[in-house]
Design a protein around this ligand. Structure first.
Ligand code: GNR
Ligand code: NI
Length: 176
């Protein structure tokens, strides 16, 4: 169990373009395990290696479904690993989601992205997969692939909204 430090804006490491993983070996699997520990600890639904200062194309996602209601409600983990993820195609149709990011704490903004996408990736055994994504998983995967390219969700909103959000973040940090 290793909870890693999450880089926050304006750390320059968040702008790095990550390198493809050449071999999916035990060292990569250790990074994946540490990324899950870090993501669950921070209560995020996804994490890119870039966010923990590792410049390799590794993403973990867990949308954690809630099963049952009220007293019986339970969150069920659904961990997913994407190594060297690539978008093969994206839908013309867009969808908007109120996005947040562990590297931009407690700030949210509506971001428009393709509603559906097809992606290719390697799993923890190094096996290749291709699949179609929609809903929150499509949004999260695109958000994480952006991180691997040094892109943040605030790059997709207007300068006015971005400046407001970053100002709020500065204020929040000063208050803390
Ligand atoms: O925890 C997260 N929630 C989220 C909500 C909407 C769209 C994307 C995300 S990903 C984010 C965790 C994170 O920063 N991943 O890079
Ligand atoms: Ni993020």
């Amino acid at each position: 169990m290793a909870v890693l430090e999450i880089l926050e804006v304006p750390h320059p490491g968040l702008r790095a373009v990550a390198k493809p993983v050449e071999t999916v070996d035990d060292a990569v699997r250790t990074i994946v395990a540490d990324m899950f520990d870090t993501m669950y600890d921070a209560r995020g639904i996804g994490l890119a290696a870039t966010q923990v200062g590792i410049e390799q194309r590794i993403v973990v996602i867990d949308l954690q479904e809630t099963v049952g209601e009220g007293e019986e409600a339970k969150t069920v983990r659904d961990p997913k690993v994407y190594i060297n993820p690539e978008l093969v195609s994206v839908s013309e149709e867009l969808s908007s989601y109120n996005e947040g990011c562990l590297s931009i704490p407690e700030q949210y903004a509506e971001v428009e992205r393709p509603a559906r996408c097809t992606a290719r990736w390697l799993d923890e055994q190094g096996e290749a997969h291709e699949g179609e994504f929609d809903g929150l998983l499509a949004t999260a995967l695109q958000h994480e692939i952006d991180h691997l390219n040094g892109v943040l969700f605030i790059d997709h909103i207007s300068k006015l909204k971005r400046d407001m959000l970053l100002k709020k973040l500065t204020k929040m940090r000063k208050a803390a």
